[in-house]
Design a protein around this ligand. Structure first.
Ligand code: MN3
Length: 241
């Protein structure tokens, strides 16, 4: 809200400055975007979790969720806003940024990725349940491309375990609709133009130590095994559409 007010103020000031009371929006935008203006193309905010901090217990503990969301994710948002502040015409849609990742500094790649990835990750989870299985078209596609759900989980775990240091494991939909599994380092994701494997993220798992260390310490494999109880397959099916 404050950002919008500020932008409107800048817009009005800019328009008043050139002595015009009515301008087509395209022209008005050009005025706001002139290099002499203090500008902001976008402002990002920390989304609320779609469930309580303790909702994923016992698989993911409350304290981890509080720190992960309230400290780590919040820091990505703050640092992204700082990085975006000095860039003219910074897109409001991060996917636009990712498609031209080479043009942006590392701070945008790391914090833009961090913000997008975590926002996606929170939605991929829900309170845990036994026999938590994919249904419908996403289940069919997993069987088609991996042979079975068990085989899919095995390959996903191999990728998540094999990601050296910090990073993510992804289930991705390629342009032809095929599902593949891929890992990315740091806060990269498969939407980024410089990603080795590109596609639409369908499911993502954060394998940074901050995601599991308090409960699982060095046992990343146990964290991955327990992730399957909290996957929100309805959301994953939406992501697959
Ligand atoms: Mn994280």
């Amino acid at each position: 809200m404050m950002e919008n007010s500020r932008r409107n103020f800048i817009k009005k000031t800019a328009m008043a400055g050139v002595g015009l009371s009515v301008l087509p929006s395209v022209l008005a935008n050009q005025i706001i975007s002139s290099p002499n203006q203090i500008l902001r193309g976008a402002s990002f905010t920390l989304p609320e979790l779609p469930y309580a901090f303790n909702a994923l217990e016992p698989y993911i503990d409350e304290q981890t969720m509080k720190i992960h969301h309230g400290k780590h994710h919040a820091a990505y948002v703050n640092n992204l806003n700082k990085a975006a502040e000095s860039i003219a015409d910074f897109p409001e849609n991060l996917e636009t940024v990712f498609s031209n990742m080479e043009k942006y500094p590392a701070a945008v790649r790391n914090n833009g990725g961090g913000h997008w990835n975590h926002t996606f990750f929170w939605k991929c989870m829900q309170p845990g349940k036994e026999n938590n299985l994919p249904q419908g078209k996403i289940a069919e596609a997993i069987n088609r491309d991996f042979g079975s759900f068990e085989e899919f989980k095995k390959k996903f775990k191999e990728t998540a375990l094999g990601q050296f240091g910090s990073g993510w494991a992804w289930l991705i939909k390629e342009p032809d609709g095929k599902l593949i599994i891929s890992g990315t380092p740091n806060q990269d994701n498969p939407l980024m133009s410089l990603s080795a494997k590109k596609g639409i993220p369908v499911l993502g798992l954060d394998v940074w130590e901050h995601a599991y260390y308090l409960k699982y310490q060095n046992k990343r494999g146990d964290y991955i095994d327990n992730f399957w109880y909290v996957v929100n397959w309805n959301q994953v099916a939406e992501n697959f559409k």
